[in-house]
Design a binder for this molecule. Structure first.
Ligand SMILES: NC(=O)c1ccc[n+]([C@@H]2O[C@H](COP(=O)([O-])OP(=O)(O)OC[C@H]3O[C@@H](n4cnc5c(N)ncnc54)[C@H](O)[C@@H]3O)[C@@H](O)[C@H]2O)c1
Ligand SMILES: [Zn+2]
Length: 354
């Protein structure tokens, strides 16, 4: 078990990595708890939870709605939650986001702890205090940044994840390695098949190192005015591909990282041999790194991205494995770089012309 403290402006968050679900009671001594949980997680692991009042959050992106948040407020009212109530969110990123948002707003703020149960939530969604719900098809349009009191990661819960959820998390682990940890990248290269299977012998290193990367970045730039933007590596094209093709997040981000890596070489920022290593690792992990999507539709998605200010975006390029840089770029400029890269043999390997 490893502990780490993430110091945020509004308070500190205790990260317990490799703890057990049973540690929950010890993390909230004496508190009146209410648990918000994922239904599937409850079916799988409900017996190991303390006997708290339980509210099922609901599944998928539809659960991240203001209507669902209103329903959860009403449940808290019914359970007579007060300022001393400790809210605990147990589930994947959906539960973590919704629980964080409800906790930030109910009675102007309840204490909250998160127990992320997917790899993606353990290495990404539960960390950093961002929470949010969707509005009119825009993801995470409404939310706050507020650190939870603790995040408890029980690695034993990951054994029941279906392959698509494993990939969703692995893509973020690769992202963390690429932007900030070449040692983790080399470890992934050496242990690719064990990593792809989330083998218990390698999983603790993947989760711990990945959390270390994200926690350090958030601690330095909680409100995303600079370095935190690097966490969007692969996500500009990733989100647009996700929207255009309906691919799962991890697969879309994996392709998005292959594209961003290619554009980094095309823009003269990254050595071609480094890009080859990136593509080879994605292959070895069973993550996709090519797409046949229609670029016009993808660029239309980029244009509508809520994070875009006017027609400029901050695109995250790779400088080497373990180091990234966010560069403000005009959409038109990015499109020209994309088109010239795509007509090269390297571009054809990732995004072939139909
Ligand atoms: N706040 C942030 O900083 C941040 C960062 C990244 C992602 N997110 C959000 O996270 C969400 C995605 O999270 P997710 O990928 O965890 O999805 P999810 O919460 O929908 O969980 C995915 C699936 O895994 C199941 N599941 C959960 N734990 C399980 C377990 N231990 N065994 C078997 N099945 C299990 C769930 O029932 C669900 O069907 C998105 O809404 C995204 O916006 C937030
Ligand atoms: Zn992501």
């Amino acid at each position: 078990m490893k502990e780490r403290i993430l110091h945020g402006s509004g308070g500190s968050c205790r990260l317990v990595i490799g703890g057990r679900l049973e540690d929950l009671a010890g993390l909230t001594p004496g508190a009146h708890r209410v648990a918000f949980a994922d239904e599937r997680v409850l079916r799988l692991y409900g017996e190991r939870l303390p006997p708290d009042p339980l509210v099922v959050v609901g599944a998928g992106e539809e659960a991240k709605s203001l209507a669902n948040v209103a329903r959860l407020y009403e449940e808290l009212l019914r359970l007579e939650a007060d300022r001393d109530t400790f809210l605990v969110g147990i589930g994947g990123g959906v539960v973590c986001d919704v629980t964080g948002f409800v906790a930030a707003t109910y009675l102007r703020g309840l204490r909250v702890g998160l127990v992320p149960t997917t790899l993606l939530a353990q290495v990404d969604a539960a960390l950093g205090g961002k929470n949010g719900v969707n509005l009119h098809g825009y993801k995470n349009l409404v939310g706050t940044i507020r650190q939870p009191d603790f995040v408890l990661c029980d690695l034993g819960l990951l054994g029941t994840l279906p392959p698509v959820e494993r990939k969703n998390g692995l893509a973020e682990v690769v992202k963390h390695a690429l932007i900030a940890d070449d040692g983790l990248f080399a470890y992934l290269e050496e242990n690719a098949s064990a990593a792809a299977a989330l083998d218990p012998r390698v999983i603790s290193r993947l989760v711990e190192d990945s959390i270390a990367v994200k926690a350090a970045i958030v601690a330095r730039d909680e409100f995303e005015t600079g370095e935190r933007r690097l966490l969007n590596f692969g996500h500009t094209f990733g989100h647009a591909l996700e929207k255009a093709t309906g691919a799962p997040h991890g697969e879309a981000v994996s392709v998005g990282m292959a594209v961003a890596t290619g554009l980094s070489v095309a823009g003269g920022m990254l050595a071609p041999q480094e890009a080859e290593r990136v593509l080879r690792l994605l292959d070895a992990l069973g993550l996709p790194r090519s797409t046949k999507a229609d670029p016009a539709g993808v660029f239309e998605g980029l244009r509508r991205d809520k994070k875009r200010a006017a027609d400029r975006i901050r695109f995250v390029f790779l400088e080497r494995i373990g180091k990234a840089a966010a560069v403000e770029t005009g959409l038109e400029e990015l499109r020209e770089l994309f088109l010239s890269w795509r007509s090269s043999p390297e571009g054809q390997e990732v995004w072939p012309k139909r």
